[in-house]
Design a protein around this ligand. Structure first.
Ligand SMILES: C[S@@+](CC[C@H](N)C(=O)[O-])C[C@H]1O[C@@H](n2cnc3c(N)ncnc32)[C@H](O)[C@@H]1O
Length: 364
């Protein structure tokens, strides 16, 4: 499995988080409240600017070599003056760097905007910057008024119904989820030994990047990738090209109906948080029905902390409010939900990423 050395130890990360939050608080308190608020609001512009850099492929164009603004504008087919203005904003936040000769180059922050970086966030930012996603977030007040996701009101269908039918945005979303996986996989593999299970079944696996990583590091492990047919239709060819076809198979269906039998562990990664308690309970019950009594359930999701500091889970919870029927949950919420679905929560392992591995066993 992964060596833990690539991932900083949790106590160090916690200390740094507290320190950075203290500094940010101090920063906010050194200016009048309305200025601090305005500054926070303007970070929305920055999100869009990062999304534009991702969409335009600026980091890919700088991958081979630094480029002068004129050269970069030509390579991207964009207006040079507008590009300089976009880069000026990004550079002011250390996203890209400008060398002494005026050329732009990649740096620590911008390298993960490359399509082929080991941890690539390009498609995630393209999805968040897309018209579809931005339009939904415009309707956040409506989601707060009604407590319902905005998809049915705007598109006449739920998020997953829409992405199943509109494969342009659906494929971008699937790739965005693979982006998130590249971010989470090292911390997950460093924190949890998935290789101790003979067969892993990943339900709602998307493009299967977690199982691919696990099986590449653990030769004795077998896996089943399970998702909706349109999401995984091209996967078998990819698995064959990776030399994994004999150990990693693909099955399709809906986890509301039935899931594959025969797993020693069942993974639900970033699934339970997509759904309401009633829907999540149905997924858990379907999974429970397929499981042997001694099999293990692994929910991989954020577990909301008790503290009041900023946390990724508090942002993603609003994403769930806007686009899904789900929510981020505390450990108590998850324990109660698991009990409703026929499981006992046995262990929670925090990773160096926001995700936790929540282990559960079928109730006897
Ligand atoms: C948030 S993504 C998570 C993907 C993957 N587990 C990951 O962590 O990258 C949710 C996944 O659930 C899948 N999904 C949605 N409804 C489903 C259903 N009824 N049955 C099976 N999979 C479903 C989607 O296609 C998508 O791949």
């Amino acid at each position: 499995m992964a060596s833990a050395s690539k991932v900083p130890p949790l106590p160090l990360l916690r200390g740094l988080e507290l320190f950075r939050n203290g500094l940010a608080k101090l920063h906010r308190r050194t200016v009048p409240g309305h200025i601090a608020l305005l500054e926070l609001h303007m970070t929305g512009y920055l999100s869009q600017a990062i999304g534009a850099a991702a969409e335009l492929g600026i980091a890919d164009a700088l991958a081979e070599r630094p480029r002068q603004p004129q050269d970069l504008a030509k390579a991207l087919g964009v207006d040079e003056d507008a590009l300089r203005r976009l880069m000026r904003l990004l550079l002011s936040f250390d996203i890209f760097t400008q060398r002494g000769d005026g050329s732009y180059a990649l740096n620590g922050l911008s390298k993960s905007l490359r399509s082929d970086a080991p941890v690539t966030l390009r498609d995630l930012f393209r999805f968040f910057g897309s018209e579809y996603h931005r339009n939904h977030w415009t309707h956040l007040p409506e989601a707060v008024r009604t407590g319902q996701p905005v998809g049915p009101m705007l598109d006449g269908k739920s998020f997953f119904e829409y992405t199943a039918e509109h494969r342009d945005i659906g494929e971008l979303f699937d790739r965005a989820m693979t982006s998130v996986s590249t971010l989470a996989v090292e911390p997950l593999l460093a924190a949890y030994d998935f290789g101790r299970f003979g067969t892993l079944v990943d339900l709602g696996a998307g493009h299967g990047s977690l199982l691919i990583d696990i099986l590449q590091r653990s030769q004795a492990t077998r896996g089943i990738i399970f998702d909706l047919p349109e999401v995984v239709e091209e996967l078998p060819a990819q698995l064959a090209s990776l030399g994994l076809a004999d150990r990693l198979t693909v099955e399709t269906g809906s986890f509301f109906e039935s899931v594959p039998k025969g797993g020693d562990a069942y993974i639900l990664k970033h699934i339970i948080h997509d759904w309401s308690d009633a829907e999540a309970e149905r997924i858990l019950r379907t999974t429970r029905a397929a499981m042997e009594p001694d099999a293990t359930l692994l929910i991989i999701d954020i577990v909301l902390p008790k503290h009041r500091r900023p946390h990724a889970g508090k942002f993603i919870d609003i994403e769930m409010l806007v686009n899904n029927t789900g929510r981020e949950r505390t450990q108590v919420d998850l324990g109660n939900l698991l009990a409703r679905g026929g499981f006992t929560l046995t262990k929670v392992t925090q990773t160096a990423a926001p995700d936790c591995v929540v282990e559960a066993r079928p109730m006897r």
